[in-house]
Design a protein. Structure first.
Length: 212
C-alpha cells in the first residue's frame, strides 16, 4: 500500500490498471489488486462468510438510519461500521444449517441517553398497535424533547418499517400506522430515543413480535 499527495492525476477512487485508489483514515491510498485465489474456502471460512452475508442482508436496508443513531464514530469507523461489528458478534446464531438473526439482541440505536420506562405495546382488535411509556424526562440524561424512534421488521417479506415522528419523550404514547403491505403480518419491534439534533441516542429496547 502507498499514500500519495495530489500527484499528476490527483486523488481518484476505483480500479485503474493493476491498482485501486481509495481513502483510508482520511488519506488517499493506492493498493495493488489482490491475487485471485482458486482455492475453495475452508468450512470455517465459508461459515464466516455466511455470517457476514446474514448481517449484511439484514442491516443494509437501515444503513442510513444506523449512521444517525448508533453510537459515535470512532476514527475511521462509521456508526454503521460499529453497528455491523456489534451485530456480527452478538446478534447471530447458527441453527445447524445457516446463520439467523437473534431479534432480541438487535439494536437500532445505541448511546448515552436514558431509555424507556414502563414501555408497553397496546393491542386492540381492528386498531393500530400503540406504543405507550412513562415520561421519565425528570431523570438524568432524559429530556422532554427527545424524539421517538421505532423500527419494525416483517420476516415474511423481509421488509422494514421505520417510524421517526416528531413525537417526544414527554408525549408518552404513539400509534403505529403501518402501510397496507404489513397488515396481518408478524413484525419484530424495537424502539429508542434520539435528541432533536440526532447527536445523542438511547440504547434501543426490543419490544417483541406483534401482529399488525
Amino acid at each position: 500500500m502507498a499514500t500519495y499527495q495530489q500527484g499528476v492525476l490527483g486523488d481518484f477512487s476505483g480500479k485503474v490498471g493493476t491498482v485501486i485508489g481509495s481513502r483510508w483514515r482520511g488519506k488517499a491510498v493506492l493498493r495493488s489488486l489482490p491475487n485471485k485465489s482458486h482455492k475453495p474456502p475452508t468450512p470455517a471460512q465459508q461459515k464466516q462468510r455466511n455470517r457476514f452475508k446474514c448481517i449484511h442482508s439484514f442491516l443494509t436496508p437501515i444503513k442510513d438510519l444506523l449512521n444517525e443513531t448508533f453510537g459515535a464514530p470512532v476514527k475511521s469507523k462509521s456508526r454503521y461500521n460499529l453497528a455491523f461489528s456489534y451485530h456480527l458478534k452478538e446478534a447471530t446464531i447458527f441453527n445447524g444449517v445457516d446463520f439467523i438473526i437473534q431479534y432480541n439482541k438487535v439494536l437500532i440505536s445505541m448511546g448515552s441517553l436514558r431509555g424507556f420506562e414502563d414501555v408497553v405495546v397496546e393491542t386492540q382488535e381492528n386498531q393500530p398497535l400503540k406504543l405507550q411509556w412513562t415520561d421519565n424526562s425528570n431523570q438524568g440524561m432524559a429530556y422532554a424533547d427527545d424524539r421517538l424512534l421505532v423500527v419494525a421488521y416483517a420476516p415474511a417479506i423481509k421488509q422494514f418499517a421505520c417510524f421517526t415522528p416528531t413525537v417526544q419523550r414527554s408525549d408518552s404514547a404513539y400509534p403505529l400506522n403501518f402501510e397496507p403491505v404489513f397488515q396481518g403480518l408478524e413484525v419484530q419491534l424495537w424502539a429508542g430515543f434520539t435528541n432533536p439534533q440526532k447527536t445523542l441516542s438511547a440504547t434501543s429496547c426490543y419490544l417483541g413480535p406483534y401482529t399488525v
